[in-house]
Design a protein around this ligand. Structure first.
Ligand SMILES: [Zn+2]
Length: 85
């Protein structure tokens, strides 16, 4: 039986390619990335905030900064503000 366990290019989760379903699309906003809402795939809003924090920390420009960043996550009509260290 041939099955691939791979990282999804859309949501970056590891899963079986034949049964994988991307998590729902949400949006986030952070001042460093401009005023536009940016797409992110996440299981829920807290998950989205964690993913944004990871992306932020992987960005070389900010690797040496330990400041909290403020991120707004939007899921449908609901918006929540997160502080990520
Ligand atoms: Zn996916």
């Amino acid at each position: 039986m041939m099955r691939d366990y791979k990282k999804c290019e859309v949501c970056e989760e590891f899963d079986w390619t034949d049964t994988h379903k991307c998590p729902p699309k949400m949006y986030f906003k952070h001042e460093d990335w401009g005023d536009e809402w940016q797409e992110i795939h996440a299981r829920h809003m807290d998950d989205a905030a964690i993913r944004v924090g990871k992306m932020y920390n992987e960005n070389g420009d900010h690797a040496l900064m330990n400041d909290e960043i403020e991120v707004i996550i939007k899921n449908g009509e609901e918006e929540k503000k997160y502080l990520i260290v």
